[in-house]
Write a protein that binds this ligand. Sequence first.
Ligand code: AR6
Length: 179
Amino acid sequence: MSQHPVPEPLVLTQGDITRVAADAIVNAANTSLLGGGGVDGAIHRAAGPGLLAECRTLHGCPTGEARITGGYHLPARHVIHTVGPVWQGGHKGERETLARCYRSVFELVERHGLRSVAFPSISTGAYRFPLSEAAPIALRELRAALVRLPRLEQVTVVLFSAEDLDVYRQALAAAGAPS
Ligand code: AR6
């Protein structure tokens, strides 16, 4: 048995992303980057006030883009903040904007040479993006990044509920085995 087993590249799990020790965790933020509810609130609470102080220096983030900060008191080394689209019925480019969020995160992952990153389900809480529509978009972008970025070893999606995890598992099964 190897002492250094190769990590499973794409992992779906249920839990609290603030407990995940990855090179980066992703925050589903808003354009102010100054905190909010949901996973954003949980990340700021767990990271402590240093995170908000650094976020203030960034002067916000447009929808679909991403910004990187330190992880402060989190077990993760960095937080990558991205701003997902608010679901408005699906005719305002929401699917494309959600895909752009994932790609923007991976641009930072590549630029900073990060090997592991954990995502929440962006836009599917307060921003009301239907989970069954968001999951295949997320999984397509995560798998594309794993193929494209040779240094990236592990991508984890941390779903907050067992029901959300089921939806992602079904979407992964529907997409077929990883290439
Ligand atoms: N770990 C993992 N996932 C979580 C956690 C957690 N600790 N807490 C919540 N979730 P949301 P959005 C899940 O609303 O839809 C904020 O106020 C949650 O169950 O956090 O992108 C921001 O400031 C859901 O599945 O993000 C923005 O204003 C997913 O995370 C706005 O909400 C995303 O839900 C962003 O809305």
